[in-house]
Ligand binder design. Sequence first.
Ligand code: 0X9
Ligand code: ZN
Length: 413
Amino acid sequence: MCVPKGSIYDRSTVHGVVLRNVDDIGLIRELEGELDLDVWRAGMPGVKDAHIMVRPQYKEKFLARLDEAGIQHYVHNNDVVRALDDFEVKFNQWKLRRNNDAIYNTYPRYGEIEAYLDRLGQEYPNIVTVVNAGNTFEGRPMKYVRISTTNFEDPNKPIYILDAAMHSREWVTPPVALYTIHRLVEDLRNEDRDLLENVDWVILPVFNPDGWEFSHVQNRMWRRSRSFNATISPICYGADLNRNFDIFFGTFSVSSNPCSDIYPGPFAFSEIESRNVRDMLYLYLNRTQIYMNMHSYGNYILYGFDNYTLPHNVAQLHFVAAAMGAHIDARKMADAPYYAVGNSNYVLYGASGTSQDYAQEIGVPFSITLELPEFDDYGFVVPPEYIEQINTETYAGIAETARLAYLFYRHRL
Ligand code: 0X9
Ligand code: ZN
């Protein structure tokens, strides 16, 4: 069972909040720490409402504060545990019905993902190499694939780094990484030959394997790593890996409470998983053109920096991000929202210690955060029947950014 009865989600509710302006966003940020809110969707004034999960003991206070400020709100989901249980029942039925399904069309366990990568390495030794970026806190290898027709030896090719499931509850992200691998290796189409031949790929389908497994067996809503240090907290595990990088560390969109979902850790790179990804970024840095950090949800394509300054190549960076959005939007479901594209702090909210800003700062020209869509208001629990749609539309955006990376790389922009 994903969420044991008597769990911390019992009687938790999710509220839609109608944002009017930046002051409303500021109030939510303030209450986030004070009332231990879980901000499922940050929202955008006049465009989309925020979705905020509240624990029962804080609900009255939270709603009173919204009322005081004259902010409209409504119940978006009045029984989180039931919604998660429903998802689990449906997902289990789906698995039974579709047990021959390809790995990228479902939500696989970590062992299945490892086995898939290993099999590709064995079946396609000329183009696929499986690498361990290092072990996690609990000792799992952080496996990624290198995909290259020239064994990563051609200095004229740019490298494209893609990762997923940094936040373990964002289940729809590994399927996109796996589908991208599949399209480049097992189902390379003629029109995509350039992607394989012109670009070297580094794809890490699960950034946070300990959290991924925990979200499958214990707590579907688990976001952080699973490290434990009794001197920091005898009860709460892990830190937010997207607050743990050494850039503006611990300064905004964080909480010093080790039980918070936005706890950055005791110091920058305290978490082995973020250290492993940092080392991976440095390993490929001289040729890396794109770092794509995949999350869910909200339909955003974001770039740095989070402190309201912009990278020197912001014109090209925006061009790449916008092209990605346009290519995905052109294939989206009719009633799905369009992507919003821009600086993360202007378009969503600023966060300190992110891998996006870190990669940009150390010299990756196009460092991007991708927030995949939600469907039918399900938030993080995207029903599996939507995976295929998200995979194919997102792959089109990834392919376009790879082509642009190649173009720009030749001019060393
Ligand atoms: O808060 C985050 O880490 C990301 N959102 S999520 O809902 N997936 O947790 C957003 C990160 C956006 N990037 C920056 N602000 N740099
Ligand atoms: Zn995330």
